[in-house]
Design a protein around this ligand. Structure first.
Ligand code: ATP
Ligand code: MG
Length: 353
């Protein structure tokens, strides 16, 4: 019998609504050609819904999502709704309650895309940032004292558990095993952060001992950001804490061209719950409704989602077709210096498939 995947689609706001339907169509075309099917359920959860109902998603939203094989998200956020509402009303609860502790950003310079780094070609920029997504520096521990006085003080605690640290490192090493270079780089700052980062380094050393086939190195986060710019060809898989990973996973897509291209994934490696796949870009209110958003981010994202489900051939087909649309100015969008509309770019991809 033909395999059918259940996928929850949350287009969200702004250009999310414009690009996600194209991603669904492209996934369906690939599915038909590779002998599987997708049953989509589309949820209108968004800032628009929030303005009407006071909620980004219903109370049982997480429960509803749990029965799917994966979640495909466009972008949530809108200027008339505070960021913390869209973040805490939808994105963070999904990440946390689905235990999506690995945030993955594939940084690859595609053929036909200009890196802002002079003289760089696709061979030089092809690496993955693995960010710890649920603990670390973004904790609620800490507090404020003596408010409004000269002795005012704010304390922010970072929490690194052995379980949380080991599992993200294990994920990074296993990912590296599937790649040609087989290298893991650790982002640290043990020369300045006294407790958590030496612990992070110890766990990294312990994990690397279990993977003798993987070469390792580590850099302090400050110099690491410089190397992203000066020597992006040094990297394969980079494992980082929540804060450092947050920084690296914006810097990475920036060196690989436009924010409109980059995919990201929030993974629950144990597969107890669905993982969530979303383009790196936001709702882009400045271009929303104009039909000019770059659909590649959402399309690369759906390819990564299908790969996660084990449909590697379908994912490869989508990536190859996507690559073709980037080869000519007439078939790429304005953010990449081209003249195509969203639909024009999508049509090229569909034809190539
Ligand atoms: P968020 O707050 O959700 O992180 P943001 O406001 O930081 O998002 P975006 O909404 O991604 O950022 O927009 C940043 C800039 O990039 C905007 O000028 C936007 O038009 C542009 N941009 C983002 N995505 C795309 C896309 N898919 N195609 C073309 N331009 C894009
Ligand atoms: Mg924004």
């Amino acid at each position: 019998m033909q395999k059918t995947y259940k996928i929850a689609s949350i287009p969200g706001d702004g250009i999310g609504k414009e690009v996600v339907p194209h991603g669904q169509i492209i996934a369906d075309v690939a599915a038909r050609q590779h002998g599987f099917a997708i049953e989509w359920t589309v949820f209108d959860w968004s800032c628009e819904t929030y303005l009407e109902t006071g909620q980004m998603m219903p109370d049982d939203g997480i429960e509803q999502l749990k029965k799917f094989d994966a979640i495909y998200l466009g972008a949530v956020g809108w200027p008339t709704v505070p960021d913390h509402v869209s973040l805490w009303g939808l994105l963070l609860p999904i990440r946390r309650e689905m235990n999506q502790y690995a945030n993955i950003r594939h940084i690859r310079l595609l053929d036909g895309v200009q890196s802002p780094l002079a003289g760089r070609s696709p061979e030089d920029i092809d690496f993955i940032v693995v960010r710890e997504n649920v603990e670390g520096e973004y904790s609620e521990l800490g507090g404020r004292m003596n408010r409004g006085t000269p002795d005012e003080l704010a304390i922010q605690e970072a929490v690194f558990t052995r379980k949380g640290t080991d599992r993200i490192m294990k994920y990074a090493f296993e990912l590296a095993q599937k790649r040609a270079r087989k290298q893991v780089t650790s982002a640290t700052k043990s020369n300045g952060i006294k407790h958590s980062m030496p612990f992070w380094d110890e766990r990294f050393a312990a994990m690397s001992a279990q993977y003798p086939d993987i070469s390792t190195n580590q850099f302090h986060i400050d110099i690491l950001t410089a190397h992203f710019v000066r020597n992006p060809d040094w990297f394969d898989v980079i494992v980082a804490s929540n804060l450092f990973g947050d920084i690296l996973s914006d810097l990475g897509p920036a060196i690989a061209g436009s924010i409109g291209i980059a995919p990201s994934a929030n993974i629950n490696p144990e597969r107890e719950f669905p993982s969530m796949f979303e383009p790196v870009h936001g709702s882009a209110p400045d271009i929303a409704g104009k039909g000019i958003a770059n659909p590649i981010g959402a399309i690369w994202t759906i390819a990564e989602l299908l790969e996660h489900l084990g449909e590697n051939a379908a994912a490869a087909q989508i990536e190859a077709a996507m690559q073709q649309s980037l080869m000519h100015d007439e078939t790429k969008t304005a953010d990449l210096g081209g003249s195509a509309t969203t639909q024009g770019c999508v049509d090229t991809i569909l034809n190539a498939m």
